[in-house]
Design a protein around this ligand. Structure first.
Ligand SMILES: [Zn+2]
Length: 153
């Protein structure tokens, strides 16, 4: 039974946070929800966990908060963020909320559709596609954010 610890703000990677933030804003141009707060988590093996799950998870939507596991490859980070945001949409719209299976099916479908909206970019193309998708909404990312997104760590 894996345990997870919620990372403090200073423990999270700036690049991961920015990708999750930009994904959230692009996703929300489709979903139009009240964006839930985002946290990053890591699996813990020795006590001190904030919550436990029966199965290992990559992400979690719980009590109007999104939790994403740290150090995911970019493509997975995009997919998991979109998946968890869809759960927020389901709750805020009372859709599929009665069935766990339908909820997961719908969130998986949405995150796959979102990846294809971005053009199924490879990990290295993710940042560029996000910058473009953001720009298509008539908004400009600041040069600083672009720089952090495009920097490979
Ligand atoms: Zn899910």
């Amino acid at each position: 039974m894996p345990g997870y610890r919620v990372l403090k703000h200073y423990e999270t990677s700036e690049r991961e946070s920015l990708i999750a933030q930009v994904v959230s804003e692009v996703v929300n141009s489709i979903l139009k929800i009240r964006l839930p707060p985002r946290n990053f988590i890591q699996e813990t093996y020795i006590g001190g966990s904030d919550f436990k799950r029966d199965e290992p998870v990559l992400g979690l939507y719980h009590l109007n908060c999104i939790y994403i596991i740290r150090d995911l490859p970019d493509a997975d980070l995009v997919r998991v963020t979109a998946h968890e945001l869809r759960h927020a949409w389901q709750e805020q719209n009372q859709e599929y909320w009665s069935s766990f299976k339908l909820r997961e099916y719908d969130a998986d479908l949405f995150s796959r559709e979102f990846s294809s909206y971005l053009g199924h970019p490879s990990g290295t193309q993710i940042a560029a596609r996000l910058v473009t998708a953001y720009g298509m909404q008539g908004r400009e990312l600041s040069p600083y954010i672009k720089d952090v997104l495009e920097r490979r760590l």
